[in-house]
Design a protein around this ligand. Structure first.
Ligand code: ATP
Ligand code: MG
Length: 410
């Protein structure tokens, strides 16, 4: 019987991993350039951490299990709650604001499809301790800069959950209504609001808000929620000055229940159904986890979806294949080591193959050069270098080998 990997999980081969690592490197560099420091939290947590307020849909999707002592644990479906738990556990007394970032795998029991996996990766940040619009703006700019650096084509949309909450104030089942809005299930939404006998005026406002998309001029069309609208305007000023391109969308409410203020999402139009590649906003979770009430704002980039539309390539390191024979193997090892120390990838035979087969393998792994370590050349302090593209071959003194290879253009 051939064993298969679990449904919704993936294996990654070197080529993919190389691109993923390159993407990761870019994201880390930008996060760190804004002063964010990396943190890590456990892969599993007490289930309450997520059931307290992460939203119904995520809880349904969770991998929950009991350990041998009967504790109820969950594989993390996201990292904002764990980061805030960490904050309450050990960072409350640190100078504010705190800037954290993470890159980690998350687990959700969803129906697997393109762009939707049971294990996937998020790259995210949390800016903790400020409730200023400046914090919202910084986090939005950071997300924008990251996706730009990955050369992704995307749209940034910004809203404010406070506005919809204002409309739905005092209405029963408002959580469910928000969720239907988030999932864009408009027919369901209408039916549900009718079933719940939601006031016509409120219904009207809900549908009007969902329609409000566009530049800052749409903000003029809202004649309530003044504070929230004012905040969006101030953020707009900053983003405009920073040349961030965006649209407002007052229908953005986000699936996770803990958002309280400004929210934003990024979409890659080329991705089809699962096109949301980043989601974020401001929230308050610290008090729920037993800490002081603390404002925070952050986002998570869906790394696997971005991978599909990202145009960065792994750094190309020049590969040299060292052709070695039984009587020269120890010298060939030294030459390989010298090449590695000079920044080349040096691959050496471990199959005890003959010359022809070693060269053929060197081509298979796309080496640029083969360095043939033969007994006769060695005695003269030389090796033979074969350019695997042109087929040209010349003898080069070992002392000059790295310079020689470096001077060859790719
Ligand atoms: P969706 O509506 O697509 O399910 P979500 O609202 O559940 O997304 P968040 O919880 O905000 O997503 O997670 C942040 C990002 O993580 C999403 O924008 C998306 O890019 C990515 N993501 C979420 N779930 C998955 C998954 N099952 N597989 C791959 N990426 C995912
Ligand atoms: Mg989801």
């Amino acid at each position: 019987m051939k064993l298969e990997r679990p449904r919704g999980t993936r294996d990654f081969l070197p080529e993919e991993m190389k691109k993923r690592r390159e993407m990761e490197k870019i994201l880390r560099r930008i996060a760190e350039s804004y002063g964010y420091g990396e943190i890590a939290t456990p892969t599993f947590e007490h289930v309450e951490l997520f059931t307290l307020k992460s939203g119904e849909s995520i809880v349904e999707e969770m991998y929950v299990f009991k350990d041998k002592s009967g504790r109820e644990l969950a594989l993390r479906p996201e990292l904002t709650a764990p980061v805030m738990r960490l904050y309450v556990n050990s960072c409350e007394v640190m100078p504010k604001p705190l800037r954290f970032y993470y890159f980690a795998n998350c687990f959700r029991y969803e129906r697997p499809q393109k762009g939707r996996y049971r294990e996937f990766w998020q790259f995210g940040v949390e800016l903790i301790g400020s409730d200023s619009h400046l914090a919202d703006a910084e986090v939005i700019m950071l997300a924008y800069e990251m996706l730009k650096a990955l050369k992704v084509e995307f749209k940034l949309e910004i809203g404010h959950v406070g506005i919809m909450r204002d409309v739905l104030k005092g209405i029963e089942n408002s959580d469910r209504i928000m969720r239907l809005i988030d999932k864009n299930q408009i027919d369901e939404l209408e039916k549900f609001m009718n079933d719940c006998k939601v006031d016509e005026k409120v219904k009207d406002r809900v549908f009007r808000l969902i329609e409000l998309k566009g530049d800052a001029s749409i903000l003029e069309k809202v004649n309530f929620a003044e504070k929230e609208i004012e905040r969006l305007k101030r953020i707009a000023e900053i983003l405009d000055a920073a040349k961030v391109e965006y649209e407002f969308d007052l229908g953005i409410v986000r699936g996770l229940d803990y958002y309280t203020g400004v929210v934003f999402e990024c979409y890659a139009p080329n991705l089809g159904a699962q096109k949301q590649i980043c989601g974020g906003g401001s929230y308050e979770l610290a008090s729920l986890f037993g800490g002081q009430k603390t404002p925070a704002t952050g986002f998570a980039i869906g790394f696997d979806r971005v991978y599909e539309v990202c145009n960065v390539d792994g750094e190309k390191i020049r590969t040299v294949f060292v052709v070695a024979f039984e009587d020269t193997y120890l010298d060939a090892l030294k030459i390989a080591k010298m090449l590695r120390n000079s920044g080349f990838v040096a691959v050496i035979d471990v199959m005890e193959r003959n010359l022809k087969k070693q060269l053929s393998y060197a081509n298979d792994i796309k080496a640029e050069f083969a360095v043939l370590v033969g007994k006769n050349e060695l005695e003269e302090g030389k090796v033979s270098v074969k350019d695997l593209k042109s087929g040209q071959q010349i003898d080069v003194p070992i002392k000059e080998l790295t310079n020689f290879l470096s001077s060859r253009t790719v």
